[in-house]
Design a protein around this ligand. Sequence first.
Ligand SMILES: [Zn+2]
Length: 350
Amino acid sequence: MMVRTILKSKGIYTGSEFIEKGAIIVENNIVKEITNSPYIDKTKDDIKDFSNHFIIPLLCDYHLHFQSKKSFMETIHQLRSYGISTAFEGGDPDLSGIKAKKEGVVNRFYVKTSGAALYKSGGYGGFLGRGVNNTNEAKIMIKKLYSLNVDYIKIVNSGIFLPESNTITDGGFKADELSEMIGFCNHLGLDVYCHANGERAIREAVLAGAKAIIHGFFPSQATISLISDRGVIFIPTLYALKSLKTIYKTQKARDNLSKAEETHMETIRRSIELKVKVLPGSDSGPFFIPYGKACQEEAVLLRQLGMTIDDLVKSSKINQISQGNEAAFLLFNGSTFTGPEINKDEMQNV
Ligand SMILES: [Zn+2]
């Protein structure tokens, strides 16, 4: 006899609609029906009452890095255990994203890979990919990544924030170089996501045609408006910025970090007000930014800064809840996520 599981809820965000007090009927780990008025057979059905929670689809982490030293399966399992089923990978020197993508496919974990990020030789980016000296070298690398079937190109257009000195380290390309590289990628049908910090690097990346800005620390009000006008995606990695406090211990660094967090939160608030498409990305990979947990935390932070549950759910559009799809969901009580529900154990046999 087939056991039906019925999940009751405060409401279901499927990714395309909201069903108040909806219920999901599951058989064999597959969604059979989404309804407001389920037929329940109390003698046979397994009823899970989540009336205090919204049921939402599994999330997408829009920015993380795989580590070649750690088993990709282990990483994917950890992400799944936090209800993440899709990840945009931002590059490393060993092309880990391309390998992880292959392992993910067989386990219904979806990796969008950049392979290796391109950075200006001599500047920041050694941990993220391959250095290039000029646009000719960049084009050779882009063609190579294209031939490896990457999903998008990641370009490092600035350094990183250094809390001790309150500065951004050297890195990135000249405006005309960046425009030429992005034009070349777009010609091949590839979008470009730019790591960019600081007003100049962010503004130039937007003007050069970047599809998304990753991190985006410290843009001017005018540049936030430009991001909005151009429809550029913003992946602010706020939780990653906050996590720097676990490795920077001096009072000076911590004071600078607190100020940087405040400024960045204001940037995110303003972006959400201006209807910028803000997406959760964890920047997981470093030991102090745990896979899965960091993405959930980022989503909660973005909610606190004004992002609606609806926008959050729509951002994980790849994982819609619909009839015939895999039965794996997150529970959300308005401030924290739990789950995933149902397909909890499926990865443990791998
Ligand atoms: Zn990153």
